[in-house]
Design a protein around this ligand. Structure first.
Ligand code: HEM
Length: 487
């Protein structure tokens, strides 16, 4: 057993897969795949997790950031998986599924969400991430009014389908499109319409441009001086926030619109107008900023991963296509929209999505803080310790998933259907109380997009498509494809 204390700069995909954050922190790395189960111990007997300090100042930063040329477990984690090795002071990196599960199960009691200050600078100091207790529940319910199952069924199913069809058609005559960029913009137009009534056809594209600058800078070195990508990222956020503030002020002075055209920002304006508002303006604006961002960046990455796997797996593509052609054939009117029941019948599609998310580990780390002294498996985690939960350890565990590095959507046929998008062995959307609020929406968008794609089109890979972990998922050369009409 050893203790690893790492002063390091940690990039993490914070909330969702898209929230890539640079963090400068002193970290203790706890990583342990095979911690021996010890009998319940007295607090006095419990040991701090073992590990080792890295180099002075930089700790194990370089190893953590090193680019891994595949989706296999990142070398930084793999090395530690074989050791009994926990954290210590500020950051415990947990690769242990029992510990991960324990933390999720005790959310709000023994642990609470925590992200480092530098991450909060990017996602907003008053974001949903920092909210706790009844305010958190209130905000989560507000978000679910727009992105929960009822609204998915009543409104978003239709809107997602319409947008996917129009986007695919617009890509058809182009010699090459960078797929992730194109999908990001498509998704942004759906979610931004719901959140701020953004109309991609009439907009001047400024907000999308600022978000784009923000996203590109997220993976850069956090040096905030003019000219650097990180500086542009921060400027991108400032510009978006300015636009959102102007929009909020404008809506405040307007009389209420008709119920059908109410968007998320209208709901927030009503909240702020209350005599004792549950949230303040800053919380409202940070929420809108985060929702807009997470909703497109994460899902676009996920769809790109799916397309990459399908390109290299003709058998999976064929079974997927058959599933959707079957749905199409059973329709009385082939041009009618996908119904909720048809969407729910897309079983193989959901296997593809879960398999891609399992392998891609779009959100490689989730951060929590211990609010009490906690004993887990014979180790002591002192109150105030910060923990990074790493789902890739379980997603790539050969005991849980046979041949874990192989894309095998068929394995999901033997796995019990997930209740609420997560299980002890599947944490792509997190777990516990803080489970991703957009999980159902993301899966719906992916499924409907795939339906529209495989029933009408085929594609040819032109360039790129390589996926690497750094430790966040990257497409260093993008993924350029040509969309073709189906033969
Ligand atoms: C494939 C797509 C997505 C993935 C892989 C993903 C992943 C995640 C993960 C792992 C978390 C938990 C973070 C933590 O526990 O620290 C999370 C939280 C969150 N996600 Fe997603 N997400 C996706 C799509 C979306 C979408 C479409 C939305 C917006 C509609 C969204 C909004 C959020 C929000 C607001 C939270 C914070 C929830 C809370 O604190 O309770 N995500 N996501």
């Amino acid at each position: 057993m050893e203790v690893a204390v790492l002063p390091m700069t940690v990039p993490c995909i914070a909330l969702t897969a898209g929230l890539i954050v640079f963090v400068t922190a002193w970290c203790l790395v706890l990583i342990k795949r095979n911690i021996t189960t010890t009998p319940p111990c007295n607090k006095a007997d419990a040991r701090l997790p073992p590990g080792s300090r890295g180099l002075p100042i930089i700790g194990e930063t370089l190893a953590f950031f090193a680019r891994s040329p595949s989706l296999d477990l990142h070398a930084f984690f793999e090395r530690r998986r074989r050791r009994t090795n926990i954290i210590l002071e500020d950051l415990i990196v947990s690769l242990d599924p029992d510990v991960n599960n324990f933390v999720f199960q005790h959310e709000g009691k023994l642990f609470q969400m925590w992200y480092p200050d530098s991450a909060m600078k990017i996602i907003g100091a008053d974001s949903i991430v920092t909210t706790l207790g009844s305010l958190y529940k209130h905000i989560r319910n507000l978000v679910l009014r727009f992105f929960g199952l009822e609204n998915l069924r009543e409104a978003l199913l239709h809107e997602v389908q319409k947008t996917a069809q129009a986007s695919l058609l617009s890509w058809l005559n182009q010699p090459s499109i960078e797929f992730k960029e194109a999908v990001s913009s498509m998704i942004f137009s759906v979610t931004a319409k719901k959140i701020i009534s953004y109309d991609s056809a009439t907009s001047d594209g400024k907000m999308w441009k600022h978000y784009d600058a923000f996203t590109r800078g997220l993976l850069s070195f956090p040096l905030c001086i003019p000219g650097t990508a990180f500086y542009k990222c921060i400027q991108g956020r400032k510009n978006v926030m300015k636009m959102l503030k102007e929009l909020l002020d404008e809506r405040r002075t307007k009389a209420g619109g008709c119920p059908e055209s109410i968007d998320f920002i209208d709901v927030l304006v009503d909240e702020l107008k209350e005599e004792k508002p549950a949230m303040n303006e800053s919380t409202a604006l940070d929420l809108v900023f985060l929702l807009l961002f997470t909703s497109f960046e994460t899902t676009a990455s996920a769809i790109t991963v799916v397309l990459t796997f399908l390109t290299n797996n003709p058998k999976a593509l064929q079974e997927l296509t058959e599933e959707h052609e079957h749905i199409q054939k059973r329709k009385a009117d082939p041009n009618s929209e996908i119904t909720w029941e048809e969407y729910k019948s897309m079983k193989f599609t959901s296997h593809i999505i879960h398999e891609a998310l399992r392998l891609a580990n779009i959100a490689p780390g989730m951060f929590r803080k211990a609010t009490e002294d906690v004993q887990i498996k014979g180790f002591s985690i002192p109150k105030g310790s910060k923990i990074m939960i790493c789902p890739s350890a379980i997603h790539l565990d050969p005991v849980v998933y046979k041949d874990p590095n192989i894309f095998n959507p068929w394995r999901w046929k033997d796995i019990a259907e997930l209740v609420g998008s997560a299980s002890r062995d599947f944490m792509a959307f997190g777990g516990g109380l803080r489970l991703c609020v957009g999980a159902d929406f993301a899966k719906l968008q992916m499924s409907i997009f795939l339906h529209c794609l495989v029933t009408k089109y085929s594609w040819k890979a032109i360039k790129g498509g390589t996926m690497v972990l750094s430790p966040v998922l990257l497409f260093p050369e993008g993924f350029h494809i040509q969309l073709l009409p189906k033969a």
